[in-house]
Design a protein around this ligand. Structure first.
Ligand SMILES: NC(=O)c1ccc[n+]([C@@H]2O[C@H](COP(=O)([O-])OP(=O)(O)OC[C@H]3O[C@@H](n4cnc5c(N)ncnc54)[C@H](O)[C@@H]3O)[C@@H](O)[C@H]2O)c1
Length: 259
């Protein structure tokens, strides 16, 4: 027998995860990919009960038995979803800090500062609060993997999406800082940078030739599917990435030429 053979490191059999922004797009695809990888339990965190119920209703009875929903606005410290995961399952191994939104495109001069504030509250402050609460419970057990969803716009300029692009640079930077602080205490922190991916988030950019112009910017000349991003998140979440912390993983069809 080959002594190098161990159990499949991509399996999540004994693991508990939470995913923010889990009711739609990349978050929902990650729920499905984690379930297929045999995960023991997932806390789906999103803004409304209706969205969570809809996501849970599409799962099989067996899959549903491994999931729980939690309504939270990630920009508020009132919502301790990490503590809720521990209350239900007694542990938290994986946190995917993924909730975010994108504003209507407008130049810097035309962008209302209120839009800047709300984007920063959800996309950047939300991740900061998530790092605080998940870091705390994971460091206690000296084990965990945190994955932050940045963007290809966290690697380059984003004309007409200044606030969104800045928020994605912010969370990529936060991932690097958290990796430096948490890794010595057993918690890995990495980020993914998706390219344009077919989810409700880019619906507002669909008008005219919006989507085909975005597809043209990729080397693959197409948009990504949520599952293609979720597979990269699975890698970083799993023991297959046991030597990765502070990694920025681009999953963008070759979109971002820099970084
Ligand atoms: N779709 C893309 O092209 C793309 C590209 C790069 C990065 N991203 C990032 O991927 C992440 C997921 O986006 P998506 O494309 O799946 O979009 P989506 O709109 O399908 O999903 C985002 C989810 O986040 C939730 N959410 C938003 N604000 C929230 C809040 N304050 N509290 C809790 N939940 C909240 C929404 O309800 C929604 O379910 C986002 O961070 C986004 O910036 C997306």
């Amino acid at each position: 027998m080959n002594s190098e053979r161990t159990s499949n490191p991509f399996h999540l059999n004994s693991k508990i995860a939470l995913i923010t922004g889990a009711a739609s797009g990349i978050g929902l695809a990650t729920v499905n990919v984690f379930l297929e990888a045999g995960i023991k339990g997932i806390l789906l965190v999103d803004q409304t009960q209706e969205a969570l119920d809809q996501a849970l209703d599409n799962l099989s009875t067996e899959e549903r038995s491994r999931c729980q929903g939690f309504v939270a606005d990630v920009s508020s410290e009132r919502n301790d979803y990490a503590a809720r995961a521990v209350e239900i399952w007694g542990q938290l191994d994986i946190a995917v800090l993924n909730a975010g939104f994108c504003n209507e495109p407008a130049g810097i001069i035309e962008t209302d500062a209120k839009i800047w504030d709300r984007i920063m509250q959800v996309n950047a402050r939300g991740v900061f609060l998530g790092l605080q609460q998940c870091g705390k419970v994971m460091i206690e057990r000296k084990f965990g993997s945190i994955i932050i969803t940045s963007s290809q716009l966290g690697l380059q300029g984003s004309p007409s999406l200044s606030a969104y692009g800045a928020s994605k640079w912010a969370v990529r930077g936060l991932a690097l800082t958290a990796a430096e602080e948490f890794t010595p205490m057993g918690v890995r922190v990495n980020s993914v940078c998706p390219g344009p991916t077919v989810t409700p988030l880019i619906d507002n950019l669909k008008g005219g030739d919006g989507w085909s112009r975005m597809a043209d910017l990729t080397l693959m000349k197409r948009l990504g599917q949520p599952r293609e991003i979720a597979n990269a998140i699975l890698y970083l979440a799993s023991d297959a990435a046991s030597f990765c912390s502070g990694t920025t993983l681009k999953v963008d069809g070759g979109y971002a030429k820099f970084g």
